[in-house]
Design a protein around this ligand. Structure first.
Ligand SMILES: Nc1ncnc2c1ncn2[C@@H]1O[C@H](COP(=O)(O)OP(=O)(O)OP(=O)(O)O)[C@@H](O)[C@H]1O
Ligand SMILES: [Mg+2]
Length: 153
């Protein structure tokens, strides 16, 4: 079966500092992979490359068999919306939307809004009673998510 996500010989450097080279793996549907490494080793950078949020340097990334290198942002963005979910290190919630509206936001863009499903996800996280709270009223929420954890107030 074709891998859902595949990476071949990925390498990346900020300026002259090579972070990693020769990273290759393939993930089948339902498989899980944990990337472990010390702070600064490049985990976030790797995820951003997999998501097409950073321009590729060495190597290739394939989404369901398709190389993303030459897609360009106009074609990449709608595919990313349907193909990929990314939990960012900093949460980047929309500060003016409630918890429920934040969960629903990608669905609005994709034309699939399922409020019951979104509420069930919040319930699984113990946030059912706070579905209509703004992020600033949720623990860890500081509006735009940056800086995090931010200055104590
Ligand atoms: N935009 C950037 N420009 C230059 N260097 C960067 C940039 N972003 C990250 N770096 C550097 O690249 C290295 C890897 O950063 P990255 O954030 O990918 O690491 P990480 O493994 O996610 O770390 P952490 O566990 O602390 O989240 C670090 O040394 C970081 O300072
Ligand atoms: Mg990181």
């Amino acid at each position: 079966m074709r891998p859902v996500l595949e990476v071949r010989e990925l390498g990346f450097a900020y300026g002259n500092g090579v972070l990693f080279r020769g990273v290759s793996f393939a993930l089948a549907r339902g498989e899980a992979l944990a990337v472990l490494g010390p702070s600064g080793s490049g985990k976030t950078t790797l995820l951003h490359l997999l998501a097409g949020l950073l321009p590729l340097q060495e190597g290739e990334v394939f989404w369901e068999g398709e190389a993303i290198r030459d897609l360009g942002e106009a074609r990449l963005a709608p595919r990313r919306l349907r193909f990929l979910g990314l939990v960012f290190q900093h949460h980047f919630l929309f500060p003016e939307l409630t918890a429920l509206e934040n969960v629903l936001a990608p669905g609005y863009l994709a034309g699939r809004v399922d409020k019951a499903w979104a509420l069930s996800l919040l319930a699984r996280l113990g946030l059912k009673e706070r579905a209509h709270f703004l992020p600033q009223r949720l623990s860890g929420g500081r509006g735009n998510g940056w800086p995090w954890p931010g200055p104590s107030t």
